[in-house]
Design a protein around this ligand. Structure first.
Ligand code: HEM
Length: 269
């Protein structure tokens, strides 16, 4: 009787000990998760500040050095919508769309999908207007289209981006394909999405360079203020791009699924 009681109490001690270890483990896991989220937030805030700075710099360049904006009545100024909208849409908003799931990790997946799709839709609309502006500015001044390396990289990027947007929308949002198909297609969607962002950065940098060379001509060699501003925009694009790619690719920053996501998936969201 005495031995049995001793055995029972040592078992309950063991169970208590196990419970404590599990508790300790989950506390440690929660702490590690908290740490990752804080790292992400610090990096994300820095990266987004660079991105906002980039767009402000582009706006300053256009307003201060390039005569501002107009539409078809002044094709040279209509052109200026092109760098502004392409940088805001294809570089900034597009990358923010790529980061949606990491930035809003605490929100349920369904809402994040909507934000992701809306940001991409906004980027798409901006790039359509940005392209209309550059084609108009060429056509209205009898300049040929699509003969530069920049225009080839740029147009391919926009085509892949549009296909990716349409494919993503149909597969993941509406009407939404089967769960197994979505699971299989996700890595492809991510790979194409990242490549498209790299394409957008290459297009933006090459576009800036050709604009600087054509507009400033020999003054570019003289370190004029406009030349330095254009170079700085290019450096901001490169820095922003590297930081975004780091945030997108780092496993620590990946969103862990919430229970609500599973409920959503079961309901075939
Ligand atoms: C992701 C960003 C960008 C994309 C996808 C893109 C795409 C394009 C495309 C497709 C064209 C051809 C239009 C035509 O031939 O009529 C073009 C033209 C042009 N873009 Fe961009 N662009 C981007 C950003 C920029 C930026 C930031 C600048 C900076 C000034 C710029 C400067 C130019 C210039 C000067 C042209 C006319 C000459 C040419 O056709 O290369 N682009 N762009």
């Amino acid at each position: 009787m005495f031995r049995l009681r001793g055995l029972m109490s040592s078992r309950s001690l063991l169970a208590e000990h196990e419970e404590q270890s599990v508790g300790l483990l989950s506390v440690m896991e929660a702490r590690a998760e908290h740490q990752k989220v804080r790292h992400y937030q610090t990096f994300y805030t820095f990266t987004t500040s660079i991105g906002i700075g980039l767009n402000i710099l582009v706006l300053f360049w256009i307003l201060h050095f390039r005569g501002g904006f107009a539409w078809q009545s002044k094709p040279a100024l209509e052109f200026n919508w092109h760098p502004f909208l392409m940088t805001l849409g294809m570089v900034f908003l597009y990358s923010q769309a790529m980061l949606t799931y990491r930035t809003g990790r605490k929100f349920e997946k369904k809402s994040l999908k909507l934000v992701h799709a809306s940001l991409n839709c906004l980027a798409f609309i901006m790039s359509v207007i940005g392209l209309k502006a550059v084609f108009d500015s060429h056509n209205l001044t009898n300049n040929p289209n699509l003969y530069t390396l920049h225009s080839w990289i740029g147009l391919s990027t926009v085509i892949v981006f549009s296909a990716q947007f349409l494919g993503g929308f149909v597969s993941f949002l509406y009407p939404g394909l089967s769960q197994s198909f979505r699971k299989a297609i996700l890595p492809v969607h991510v790979a194409f999405g990242t490549s498209c962002f790299i394409g957008a950065m290459l297009a933006a940098v090459s576009g800036l360079l050709e604009k600087a060379i054509w507009s400033l001509k020999d003054d570019y060699k003289e370190f004029t203020i406009e030349g330095v501003v254009v170079n700085l925009i290019g450096v901001f694009i490169a820095l922003y791009g590297i930081l975004v790619l780091y945030l997108v690719n780092h496993d620590d920053f990946k969103r862990t699924a919430l229970t609500d996501d599973q409920i959503g998936l079961d309901r075939s969201d």
